[in-house]
Design a protein around this ligand. Structure first.
Ligand code: ADP
Length: 374
């Protein structure tokens, strides 16, 4: 319940809305729901809270605008439709926010805006300035031009990155389901809602592993990934149903709706968030119990504690650090490539110095370049 109490005092709030909330099953825009959403957000803004909306739905809106009967499967066609639909969506949002006396502004991001330090600072400054001016930023991934390499890929992760970027207090992810269940409810009718997830264990990742709806792209697993980013960045996250009337107000009133994820205590410095979450994960390192203890108390990751390594990573890539039962405890930027790491894992620093005389790093991941996920 503590987490729910904490939510009441949230003053900077990011709300992400999925395609399945914005569109009817027949693919047409659910204007009633979009209007409800805008009204709730405008009301928060009237209360003096900072509000940011991360909205999907551009391709869906493009399909409607072009009068197509279904989504095309080709990437180029989808990108063209995103360009059409993004404009249409913004027009609707702008019109509705204006009706409530608010101004909305569009920001389109790609992974690069997060990975490149200069762009990271720039995106952050733009968003903070918009908030200061009382503008509601409406964010989407720049689908029309983003190619795979620079794509974040889903708006669940994007919304968590945005929440971390602006030091939000709360991230609300609205979905076609009212939270995380003990199993995928579309396959398991006996599954029950989990009200609070304190720790994202391998078990939680496993129950959220099923694919999402036909319209949505993320499913529950990208929402769990988002929760990791948000909570490690000091942001409380809540997954709730986008079809329930007044849901945002109820969450902020501290009602026991949806699934909440309490934030980790150590609030990350913005620089670390940029390092850990901007880049794709290129590999995994499994470490022993002693090493887990050392990392928790703030040490760098040394080769001696590493038992196993997976993935094709090279120097400067981001990797995850896992316990022996595969719980993620940290992620960070690695100082070795896979070949070298295979040679030195389990060895003490003075032992491996002989094997790799050209490498001048003592740490596999330096603590300054590492974020704890527990
Ligand atoms: P959105 O478009 O709102 O982002 P998705 O449809 O992509 O939402 O994801 C939500 C869906 O994830 C649910 O409707 C459900 O089918 C699926 N799902 C899989 N595992 C779970 C789980 N453990 N709890 C809840 N939903 C789950």
């Amino acid at each position: 319940m503590e987490t729910r109490e904490h939510i009441k005092s949230a003053s900077r709030i990011v709300v992400k809305v999925g395609t399945s909330t914005l569109l009817y099953d027949n693919g047409k825009l659910n204007l009633y729901r979009i209007e409800q959403l805008v009204r709730e957000l405008a009301d928060l803004s009237s209360q003096g809270k900072d509000v940011i909306l991360v909205s999907s739905g551009a391709i869906g809106a493009g399909v409607v605008r072009m009068g197509l009967s279904e989504r095309p499967s080709g990437v180029k066609e989808k990108q063209a439709l995103a360009a059409v639909g993004q404009g249409m969506l913004m027009h609707i949002y702008d019109k509705l926010f204006a009706e409530y006396g608010q101004v909305a502004g569009q920001v389109l991001l790609t992974r690069d805006n997060y990975v490149q330090h200069k762009q990271y600072n720039n995106s952050r400054n733009t968003l903070l300035t918009m908030l200061k001016m009382g503008v509601v930023p409406i964010i989407n991934e720049n689908d029309a031009v983003a190619v795979d390499e620079v794509k974040i890929g889903d708006n669940d992760n994007l919304s968590a990155m945005v929440a971390a970027l602006v030091d939000a207090d709360l991230l609300i992810i609205l979905s076609d389901i009212d939270g995380v269940y003990t199993g995928n409810p579309s396959k398991d009718p006996s599954a029950t809602l989990i009200h609070e997830i304190k720790e994202i264990t391998p078990h939680i990742e496993q129950i959220a592993g099923g694919a999402g709806s036909a319209l949505g792209t993320g499913g529950m697993s990208t929402k769990i990934e988002a929760a990791k980013i948000a909570t490690a960045s000091g942001v409380t996250m809540c997954i709730a149903s986008g079809s329930e009337k007044g849901i945002i107000r109820r969450i902020i009133d501290g009602e026991n709706v949806g699934t909440v994820f309490p934030p980790k205590e150590a609030h990350l410095k913005a620089r670390k968030g940029w390092l850990a979450f901007g880049k794709r994960i290129s590999g995994d390192l499994v470490v022993d119990a002693g090493c887990v203890k050392a990392l928790k108390s703030g040490s760098s990751l040394l080769a001696a504690g590493i038992k196993q390594s997976e993935g094709e990573y090279t120097i400067g890539d981001t990797v995850r650090v896992l316990t022996e039962d595969y719980q993620e405890i940290a992620r960070g930027v690695i100082n070795f490539d896979r070949n070298d790491l295979e040679k030195i894992k389990g060895l003490k620093t003075d032992e491996f110095k002989v094997l790799l005389p050209d490498n001048d790093h003592d740490e596999v991941i330096h603590r300054d370049n590492m974020v704890l996920m527990i």
